[in-house]
Design a protein around this ligand. Structure first.
Ligand SMILES: Nc1ncnc2c1ncn2[C@@H]1O[C@H](COP(=O)(O)OP(=O)(O)OP(=O)(O)O)[C@@H](O)[C@H]1O
Ligand SMILES: [Mg+2]
Length: 246
């Protein structure tokens, strides 16, 4: 693995909650390198620390031990303000429960992160419309989230996660609330992301989602218990979801 090309790195990464008897090692001194362009799936039983790991890697939570580096920069020691900027500029998050802004249209939800990352109104609009097209929802641009199905909402949330052209996308159970047909839509998009070289870490209970990744880490009790290459088991899609200009 080429360390210098790692987008995300963690050393001795740890997060403990609580004190004394009720102390929980949610993440227990893990080391990780995610090279540019790698798609990594993380699986493991409920409570083993997957969400905590993602939050630490994306700067949503701070570790109680170790270091996190994103794009060659140590992030766990940044100020809140610098951390927020890092998230806006470089990270895309996808959640199980979508977390769309209910008052904003699909297109405005997707535009927002591009604006926050410093794009002009025009660039943000253009990028949003390209992304909506790529997730197959150009015809839903003016709909509110409440007017969309769960699967459509998640595709909007994926488009939103890509709006700032993130160095890394972090997805937590992205298909956890979806039926099979909506899950297949998301799988196709993830295949495209992999083909397009998007660095991605996805936490999932769904083996079909894990199978779209290049690499699979199994987690248990805050630790990595297995780390497997999933070499090219899936044909590459046409790609093009990312790297869109403007
Ligand atoms: N704020 C908190 N305070 C105390 N303990 C916490 C807190 N957040 C998480 N934990 C504990 O840390 C451990 C890891 O939680 P985490 O949410 O990362 O698990 P997970 O693998 O994502 O589980 P799931 O698959 O159910 O989403 C759990 O034992 C949980 O109870
Ligand atoms: Mg979780």
């Amino acid at each position: 693995m080429n360390v210098s090309s790692a987008v995300v790195r963690a050393f001795g990464l740890a997060k403990t909650h609580g004190q004394g008897q009720s102390r929980v090692h949610a993440v227990d001194e893990v080391d990780l390198e995610v090279p540019q362009g790698q798609t990594l799936a993380v699986m493991g039983p409920s409570g083993c620390g997957k969400s905590t790991l993602l939050h630490l890697l994306g700067g949503l939570e701070r570790p109680t031990g170790g270091e996190v580096w994103v794009a060659g920069r140590r992030i766990d020691t940044l100020s809140e303000r610098a951390l927020a900027r890092l998230r806006r500029q470089s990270v895309g998050f996808i959640f199980q429960a979508f977390h769309l802004v209910e008052e904003l249209s699909a297109a405005d939800n997707v535009e927002l992160p591009a604006l926050l990352a410093g794009r002009s109104r025009r660039q943000a609009r253009r990028r949003a419309s390209l992304l909506l097209e790529r997730v197959g929802l150009a015809d839903r641009a003016r709909h509110l989230p409440s007017q969309l199905s769960g699967g459509q909402r998640q595709r909007i949330a994926i488009a939103r996660a890509l709006a700032n052209e993130p160095l890394v996308v972090l997805a937590d159970e992205p298909t956890g609330n979806l039926d099979t047909s909506a899950t297949l839509d998301v799988l196709r998009i993830f295949e495209d992301l992999r083909a397009a070289g998007q660095t991605l870490v996805v936490v999932t209970h769904d083996e079909r989602v894990a199978a779209t990744a290049d690499r699979l880490i199994a987690m248990r009790d805050g630790m990595f218990v297995d780390d497997t290459r999933l070499a090219g088991s899936h044909p590459r899609g046409l790609g093009g979801l990312i790297g869109l200009e403007g």
